[in-house]
Write a protein that binds this ligand. Structure first.
Ligand SMILES: [Mn+2]
Length: 331
C-alpha cells in the first residue's frame, strides 16, 4: 500500500522512542517471528527480509513468515528462500511489518494475540493498533524507511543484500519515486542504501520494470472491463477468477492496475476488483489528493492510506453497487 498527500505532523520524538524500545525488545528476545501481510507487496517483503537478514547477521534466532508465501516477482529478493508460509512453534516476540490490521496477518494473526511481546511496525494512516508496541510513522513512504532506522538503532551493518531489500520496499511503495509519499528523507535513506552497494539498475529492472506476459494479458482484461462514471471522474474495473485461471495468473499479477487506472486523465478515483478462488473479492482504491479512500475502504472493513487503500468483499453483486455509489458520491 502506498501514497498519501495529506498533511502530516511527524512525531519524531515518539517515533525515535518507539524505535529504541523495539530495539531493546528485539535484543532481549530469544526467538523472534517476523510476519508480512497477506497478498504481500514489495514493501512488506522487503521489510520482512531486511529485518530478518539483519537479525540473523547478529545471530538472533529468527523465523520469517509470510501467510501467502512469496509472489514469483519478489523471489529475486535476497533471503526469500528462508521465508516460510507455515510455522506452529511458539516464539517470545512477534513482529508485524506493514500490517494495518490484525486480519492482514492471516494465519499468523494468532501470534499477535498469544505472544507476550508483539511489535507492529507500520506506516498506514488508517490502521488498527494490535501490537503491544506500535512503531508507526505515517509520514514514511514505506515501512522499509522505518526498518532502516531500526537497523541503525540495533547497530546492524547494512549489507548489499539488506540494502537491496530496503530499496525494493521504497521503490515499490513509491511507484519508483512517482507517488506523493516521497519526502526528502526518502532520498537521503535511498542515497545511503546505494552507498551500501545496491545494484540499482538490476533492482529497478526486477522490482519495477519487469512484467510477465500473464500480467500484460490480465492488464488487458482490466482495460476491457473499465467502466467510467461521473463524466470520467470515477473509473472502476475488475478481473474475474476465470480470467486469472485462463492465463494461469494470480492476484498479484495485476498489482499495478489500480495505479494505472488512476493515471487516466480526469480520473479522481479508481477501483479495481479482483475475484478470488473462494468467491471473495479484493478491492484496491486509489484517489487524487484530497479524496480519502481509506475511509471508503473502512466502510467495507478495510483500510490503508489516504490515497491508496483496499478492502475485501463477499457478495460482490450487492457490494459492488454500494461501492460504486459511494465512489460517485465523493467526486
Ligand atoms: Mn507499505
Amino acid at each position: 500500500m502506498k501514497k498519501s498527500t495529506q498533511e502530516k505532523k511527524p512525531a519524531p520524538v515518539r517515533l525515535a522512542k518507539s524505535v529504541r524500545l523495539a530495539a531493546q525488545q528485539i535484543m532481549a528476545a530469544d526467538r523472534i517471528l517476523i510476519s508480512s501481510h497477506v497478498h504481500p507487496d514489495g514493501d512488506t517483503m522487503g521489510s520482512l527480509l531486511a529485518l530478518g537478514l539483519g537479525l540473523l547477521s547478529i545471530d538472533k534466532s529468527v523465523v520469517m513468515v509470510s501467510p501467502d508465501g512469496i509472489p514469483p516477482r519478489y523471489r529475486f529478493l535476497p533471503g526469500s528462500e528462508l521465508v516460510l508460509d507455515r510455522w506452529e512453534d511458539s516464539v517470545d516476540l512477534a513482529v508485524a511489518v506493514d500490517c494495518g490490521t490484525l486480519r492482514q496477518l492471516g494465519r499468523f494473526g494468532k501470534y499477535f494475540e498469544e505472544t507476550p511481546k508483539t511489535i507492529q511496525i507500520d506506516h498506514h494512516d488508517f490502521a488498527d493498533v494490535f501490537g503491544r508496541l506500535l512503531v508507526a510513522d505515517p509520514a514514511a513512504a514505506a515501512v522499509g524507511e522505518i526498518i532502516y532506522d531500526l537497523l541503525k538503532e540495533l547497530d546492524i551493518q547494512i549489507t548489499p543484500m539488506i540494502a537491496t531489500c530496503l530499496l525494493t520496499s521504497v521503490i515499490v511503495d513509491t511507484g519508483a519515486f512517482r507517488f506523493a509519499n516521497v519526502r526528502s528523507r526518502t532520498f537521503r535513506i535511498c542515497a545511503d542504501l546505494l552507498d551500501c552497494g545496491v545494484d540499482l539498475k538490476y533492482l529497478l529492472e526486477e522490482a519495477y520494470w519487469k512484467k510477465s506476459e500473464t500480467t500484460v494479458r490480465l492488464e488487458a482484461k482490466s482495460v476491457q472491463h473499465m467502466k467510467f462514471e461521473r463524466n470520467g471522474r470515477v473509473v472502476w474495473s475488475y478481473v474475474r477468477q476465470a480470467e486469472f485461471k485462463r492465463v494461469n495468473g494470480i492476484m498479484s499479477d495485476v498489482d499495478g492496475v489500480a495505479d494505472d487506472l488512476r493515471s487516466i486523465d480526469g480520473v479522481k478515483i479508481a477501483a479495481l476488483m479482483r475475484e478470488g478462488a473462494d468467491g471473495m473479492c479484493r478491492v484496491s482504491l486509489r484517489s487524487e489528493a484530497g479524496i480519502n479512500v481509506a475511509k471508503i475502504a473502512q466502510v467495507f472493513g478495510g483500510g490503508g492510506h489516504f490515497n491508496s487503500a483496499g478492502c475485501h468483499m463477499k457478495n460482490l453483486k450487492t457490494n459492488r453497487d454500494k461501492l460504486v455509489r459511494i465512489l460517485c458520491s465523493v467526486v
